[in-house]
Ligand binder design. Structure first.
Ligand code: SF4
Ligand code: SF4
Length: 381
């Protein structure tokens, strides 16, 4: 397992985590084998958004004395009032479901997530009611370590980040969603076929959201990495050919601020399969050829795919370009954390010898050498 910082929380997550949704209604033995496999593989972050008591208890019982070995994303406002997943902003209901979760997991979860803030109504329901205050109370009394939120909408999510309240964002990220205009409801796309005709190049609002998170030290955990499996399916893929799981995971992990990709597994075998990502080569993970088949215009914009490697002086070109893109948001006020991440790279833009090897390999016509020089100007050597 590889571990990454979760924003500025001081915590580190395995780059692959476990989304526990598919353990809902599973028998205890299956929950236990899945949790055991996850912990054996070094997974230390579980997403538990499900409101049902039985699945929460099965997970807690499976963890047993290992509760301290994992961090839990628990969701505030996730209910099942009508015996199906539901969102509530009604405070007595919200409190009842979340206190129940806290009780089951020993009185504390690492991340209290404001559940499902996708619309204007959701935003108002959280920030213009006592809902957000409740999260702050939970944090100040030590019931949660950090405040987070979940969303599928890049415009609303950016507004939430800009409130300064959350330290973590659970967001739906995959290559197909990132190509859809921000106005498209991605969850509708999962109900049918992902509409490739709607692809319009990398959506600038999504790209900016990820950079905003990086610049503010808000970590990102990822859901819908595989597009509910559609991206892997020859029948349902919106691309000319299906992606592999390694390409999907690598795509999400190469976005700015992403700490962990949460994969929904329901058996030990599925967990072990997910962890095979670490056996994949750089070539297995490279998703640039899929992008290259699209009519959309990516030219000139780095997509952090890594296809241009290796660099003879060892520069991680995608990483430099990522920090450069974040810095370009506001060159006069580059956050110290971004400067520090850039400074910690083994090789920096100033070392570029303009050999042009990377530019010959880049499928998207990125002027890499010029970017390296710009990075050197902004960040210094
Ligand atoms: S410069 Fe080109 S090949 Fe290299 S990471 Fe960026 S988009 Fe990919
Ligand atoms: S042009 Fe610069 S960044 Fe690209 S391969 Fe050559 S030295 Fe590396």
């Amino acid at each position: 397992m590889e571990y990454r910082n979760i924003g500025k929380t001081g915590k580190k997550a395995g780059v692959i985590g476990l989304g526990c949704e598919h353990l809902d209604r599973a028998p205890y033995d299956r929950v236990k084998e899945t949790i055991d496999a996850a912990l054996a593989g070094g997974i230390n972050l579980l997403d538990v958004f499900m409101p049902g008591r039985e699945v929460r208890e099965n997970i807690a019982r499976s963890l047993g004395s290992r509760r301290g070995d994992v961090m839990i994303q628990g969701h505030v406002g996730s209910t099942d009032i009508r015996e199906q997943y539901d969102i509530s902003r009604d405070m007595p209901t919200v409190r009842r479901y979340f206190e129940d979760l806290l009780g089951i997991f020993g009185g504390y979860v690492d991340f209290g997530m404001m559940f499902f803030i996708d619309s204007e109504e959701d935003y108002r329901g959280v920030f213009e009611t006592p809902f957000a205050d409740y999260l702050q109370t939970l944090k100040s009394r030590g019931s949660i370590g950090h405040i987070g939120f979940s969303s599928h909408n890049p415009e609303i999510a950016a507004r939430v980040v800009k409130t300064g309240l959350p330290e973590l964002m659970l967001f739906s990220i995959n290559l197909a969603f990132d190509l859809l205009p921000a106005e498209v409801n991605v969850l509708d796309q999962l109900g049918s076929k992902i509409d490739a005709n709607a692809f319009a190049g990398f959506d600038p609002k999504r790209a900016e959201l990820y950079r905003l998170c990086e610049s503010r030290g808000v970590g990102i955990t990822v859901m819908k990495t595989l597009g509910a499996g559609k991206l892997l399916s020859p029948e349902h893929s919106p691309f000319s050919k299906p992606l592999t799981a390694a390409q999907c995971v690598h795509y999400a992990l190469s976005r700015p601020a992403v700490a962990s990709v949460l994969l929904g597994c329901q058996t030990a075998a599925e967990v072990e399969n997910a962890l095979r990502y670490f056996d994949s080569s750089e070539a297995d993970r490279d998703y640039s050829d899929v992008l290259g088949t699209l009519r959309s215009d990516f030219r000139g914009h780095c997509v952090y795919c890594g296809h241009c490697q290796p660099c003879p002086v060892g520069i991680d070109i995608a990483a430099v370009n990522k920090y450069l893109d974040i810095a370009r948001l506001d060159i006069a006020n580059v956050p110290p954390s971004v400067r520090s991440h850039y400074a910690s790279l083994s090789h920096r833009g100033s070392e570029c010898v303009s050999c042009g090897n990377c530019e010959a390999r880049c499928p998207f016509g990125v002027r890499v050498a010029a970017g390296m020089a710009e990075a050197a100007r902004i960040f210094g050597s």
